[in-house]
Write a protein that binds this ligand. Sequence first.
Ligand code: NAD
Ligand code: DAU
Length: 332
Amino acid sequence: MQRLLVTGGAGFIGSNFVHHVVENTDHHVTVLDALTYAGNRASLDGLPADRVTFVHGDITDAELVDTLFADADAVVHYAAESHNDNSLHSPRPFLDTNIVGTYTLLEAARKHDRRFHHISTDEVYGDLELDDPERFTENTPYNPSSPYSSTKAGSDLLVRAWVRSFGVQATISNCSNNYGPYQHVEKFIPRQITNVIRGIRPKLYGAGENVRDWIHANDHSSAVLTILDKGRIGETYLIGADGERNNKDVVELILEQMGQPRYAYDHVTDRAGHDLRYAIDSTKLRTELGWTPQYADFESGLAATIDWYKANEAWWAPSKDATEAFYATKGQ
Ligand code: NAD
Ligand code: DAU
């Protein structure tokens, strides 16, 4: 049994990870989360109190972080400002949480000599042409496009520096686009599902040719547990499940699965600097650490996600109107 400290554990991927840890290990989890607009305490409802402790606090609070690291064996760092569109109109919180927050955690990891796993994104590598036969690997040069992805790239580089300069026992993973339950309605898939439930037409940025490499959040969680268990200190591992699809196909699939005509969506203003394509080569994680994804069928994973949003309107409804009002101001 390990004592895990999970930052951002009330967010989308962090909460899926906490559920996964409780179901698949005997570890105890302490969640540290600031409950920003993206955090939701209800995402941890139903978890046993003797396995999960919730601490409401900020990762930039060095005193609090120091206390929590003293009582942890290992730390998994999910907390971040995570939405590209928000970073385009209000970048400052991205610098505070993604850069200063990660720095604060690294200093505590160094002081207490704790195992530290940093959760990052494939967006640090920029984007690919649609016809590029290459995919991102651990050796692809960093080339982030947005304020969000540049702050994630900066946080990755801080982790690498703390490993090399101070011997911090850290690993990094860069994962592709996740889908599944507990994702905020600002994000592409939940936004379109909840639009259809509300009778609003789905909104596609630009022509919808942009490709994302979809992975189920549970596969991300199992990969992170594998890296915590077997990953080599100082190494980076890319996480992906060979799930490339363009946005137009995903919107049409959502409409079809929800019993609507496939064409019943609107094209809206494109995202500034919109990355064209992400694609992950996860050979290193699969061959060196023996990880394989379990949710290979995107269509059935998407159908289960639609069912989850239909059954959990009380979870997402409080955020829906404000999210759509914000998008409306941007013509999206
Ligand atoms: P999210 O926005 O759903 O959740 C972020 C969580 O962090 C929220 O609970 C929020 O309250 C918390 N948080 C934010 N600032 C904080 C602070 N200063 N102190 C403490 N807690 C704070 O994000 P997500 O989509 O779950 O992403 C989690 C991590 O995974 C991020 O680091 C993101 O870069 C990375 N990632 C996401 C994806 C994806 O597809 N969503 C893919 C690859 C990597
Ligand atoms: O690749 C990993 C990244 O995936 C993570 O690092 C980010 O935290 C996560 O938010 C996600 O970033 P994206 O920008 O790819 O995700 P988003 O859900 O915002 O958008 C997915 C695609 O859908 C993107 O091409 C933009 C498009 N889109 C998005 C919205 C919200 C639309 O066409 N319509 C929409 O309404």
